[in-house]
Design a protein around this ligand. Structure first.
Ligand code: ATR
Length: 270
């Protein structure tokens, strides 16, 4: 049976096994999907052992996305743009290929939520690994302007420098005063019960506030955004399932329906 796995450290919390097993079951695909705890200094060895044992493809999560980027023999454009790999597979020529499906996963989820990306102004908060990979796919989806704001200004400016004039990097205190239809939190602030410290005026025209984190309760950012009048709020569970669906498609050339899996995960979180 073809083998796939998610690699991370820690890995117990990973929802990838549930997601991919459900995808496989719904599409009648015969495969095995495991969670592999790789040692912090042993990702490459773990991967090689997995391939030697018949492994065909993998998902990569914290903290190995940059190491997977280094390990891959060839990279997709979106992996290069993200500077990180979340999906690995052996291609038809036997080459280890690295891709990144986080950005397309986010875009797919925004479309699922009914948000019209075309011509919209986007405020993206955070300039770490989570935000870097989604800028290219958001631009490709037809947004007008993206403002990348970060607590540490230099990191936002450094990322923005890789893109054209439609991306502006700034700090939380000098976010341009304009109407943002979509505000995305890609900071890890919610993990410590906080939210990015931005002025409420930036949410005045917000049709959708999106947090890449998720949990049983609304994240601090979503809780706050709703109180500021954001018309719709959504957490990152849909992005998680959508990026997985894109990885599954790369491996098996079949597109899973994300709704049943999303419903299952939402029930499990309660
Ligand atoms: P990830 O891969 O999840 O993006 P990361 O690369 O460590 O993780 O980046 C974390 C991001 O969350 C950064 O943008 C960080 O801001 P700084 O660059 O200023 O450190 C941001 N962040 C973390 N906690 C935050 C908080 N309490 N308020 C605002 N931003 C925060």
């Amino acid at each position: 049976m073809d083998r796939y796995a998610v690699f991370g450290n820690p890995i117990n919390h990973s929802k990838s096994p549930v997601i991919h097993r459900q995808f496989a079951q719904s599409l009648g695909e015969q495969l095995q999907y495991d969670a592999i705890l790789a040692p912090l200094d042993g990702f490459a060895d773990s991967w090689q052992q997995f391939v030697a044992a018949g492994g065909k493809g993998g998902n990569v999560t914290v903290p190995f996305k940059e190491q997977a980027f280094q390990l891959a023999e060839q990279l997709s454009d979106r992996a290069i743009q993200a500077g990180a790999v979340n999906t690995l597979y052996i291609d038809n020529q036997g080459k280890l290929t690295g891709d990144n499906t986080d950005g397309v996963g986010l875009v797919a989820d925004l479309l699922r939520l009914g948000f019209v990306l075309h011509n919209s102004n986007v405020l993206l908060l955070g300039a770490g690994g989570a935000s870097r990979g989604v800028i290219g796919p958001l631009l490709a989806a037809g947004i007008k302007k993206l403002v990348l704001a970060n607590r540490t200004v230099s990191k936002a400016e450094a990322i923005a420098a890789n893109f054209n004039d439609s991306v502006l990097g700034c700090g939380f205190n000098n976010i341009p005063d304009q109407a943002y239809q979509l505000v995305i939190n890609a900071t890890s602030s919610g993990l410590s019960g906080a939210r990015p410290d931005i002025n409420a005026q930036h949410l005045k025209h917000c049709l959708l506030a999106y947090d890449m984190l998720y949990g049983a309760e609304p994240t601090p950012f979503l809780h706050w955004a709703k109180a500021q009048g954001a018309q719709q709020v959504a957490d990152g569970l849909g992005m998680l399932v959508s990026q997985a669906a894109e990885a599954f498609y790369l491996w098996r050339n079949k597109r899973p329906d994300i709704e049943p899996v999303l419903t299952l995960l939402q029930q499990q979180l309660k």
